[in-house]
Design a protein around this ligand. Structure first.
Ligand code: PLP
Length: 383
């Protein structure tokens, strides 16, 4: 399947990602490529550290954090004061978990397709009264909405699930899940790590209470930073006990006698962030913003469809949903020994990863059809 005309979006952006010259990189769902813009951002951070010392905090770094919050807010149709910066999803969940009261409504509904850090959080809160309700997936692709409807009830305090599943690329109907949660009087928290950046996200339209995503993957920002959205009117109702001085209303008063929490989402920020990560993430977000998520979604869907066609052409059958409009970015290919295949592919200059029983392939807008073909050829070879 020759593709002589390079896609203009891909052709325009490829040189921004020098790592693409070093390998065929099909692993954005684990870690997005490092851009020149993020490298420049981290370099700028170092220069500021060198020349300003601690005053960089007040003069520059707090401003960079505010910029990053505002950029992420625009991306998901939220407001900057609804966004907190934290180091990982696990920490964001811990902060939210520490502000919930499980006494009247102990049940937390999650699915077996969610990233394990989601169920782990509520398992670890068993002593606080949390009871985990784990929904099964019949096909390892999706979890039927009816399962949520059946599970959510008067004992449910929280539905904590995912926007795009990390081992199937299935896009959950988070608006419908939030509706089910709210109708039962429960909150709805969504892990959007595999969604934000690669598909449009509108937290207001979906009416979710909490939405979390981060730099690592489709936002091209690297490790060390996640963004936590909490719905404006919910913020004053939550009083996290996992906390610190960044959560104080006036942190620079350094008042040890009185702890008044910030009225905005800063109350969910426990302490000093990894500032280099903020610079890298801000640069990644600026690229996403410049291209536009609709254009990214269209190009990535095109590459996914092309990859699937080529895999099938080579006699390989990926595990996919029937409804491809609900699929985003992650193509699972069941194989006998995925870890050996990933290793053999790495030796051939192809970077992918695996999850139990399957290879995980994730082209992004910066990949090409020629790379899809190289990936399929090498997979056929190593299998
Ligand atoms: C869906 C999803 N959630 C969360 C994470 C990571 O969570 P944390 O930031 O706690 O490492 C990942 C991948 O690393 C993921 O794919």
């Amino acid at each position: 399947m020759p593709n002589p005309t390079p896609n203009p979006l891909t052709a325009h952006w490829r040189s921004e990602f020098p790592g693409l010259e070093r390998s065929v990189y099909m692993n954005t769902c684990s870690l997005g490529q490092l851009s020149r813009r993020s490298m420049d951002g981290m370099q700028r951070f170092q220069e500021q550290w060198l020349s300003y010392g601690a005053s960089a905090w007040y003069e520059l770094w707090l401003g960079e954090m505010a910029d990053a919050r505002a950029r992420f807010a625009r991306l998901i149709n939220a407001q900057p004061h609804e966004i907190a910066i934290l180091p990982s999803v696990g920490v964001a969940l811990s902060v939210i978990g520490s502000s919930l009261d499980f006494s009247a409504r102990p049940e937390v509904v999650v699915t077996e397709m969610d990233f394990p850090t989601i169920p782990y959080q509520w398992m670890a809160r068993g002593e606080d009264g949390a009871e985990l309700r784990l929904l099964a997936s019949p096909d390892r692709v999706q979890v039927p909405l009816e399962s949520f409807a059946q599970a959510i009830g008067p004992r449910t305090g929280l539905v904590a699930t995912t926007h795009v599943f990390f081992t199937s690329g299935w896009i959950q109907d988070i608006a419908a899940i939030a509706r089910l949660a709210h109708d039962a009087g429960a909150f709805c928290l969504v892990d959007g790590y595999q969604a934000a950046g690669q598909i449009p996200v509108d937290v207001k339209a979906a009416d979710v209470d909490v939405y979390i995503s981060g730099g690592l993957k489709w936002l091209l920002g690297g490790p060390g930073i996640v963004f936590l959205y909490v719905r404006e009117d919910l913020i004053p109702q939550l009083h996290p006990t996992t906390t610190g001085w960044f959560a104080a209303k006036d942190m620079f008063k350094f008042n040890p006698e009185r702890f008044e929490m910030a009225e905005d989402a800063r109350r969910f920020e426990p302490g000093t962030p990894a500032v280099a990560a903020v610079y890298a993430a801000n640069a990644g977000l600026s690229i996403i913003e410049e291209i536009g998520v609709e254009a990214i979604r269209a190009r990535t869907a095109e590459l996914d469809a092309d990859l699937i066609r080529r895999l099938r052409g080579a006699g390989l059958e990926p595990r996919l949903p029937a409804d491809m409009a609900r699929h985003a970015g992650i193509v699972m290919l069941p194989v006998d020994d995925p870890s050996a295949a990933v290793k053999a592919l790495k030796e051939r200059g192809i970077i992918i990863d695996y999850r139990p029983g399957s290879l995980r392939l994730s082209p992004y807008f910066y990949n090409t059809e020629a790379e899809n073909q190289a990936l399929v050829d090498r997979i056929a070879e190593v299998l």
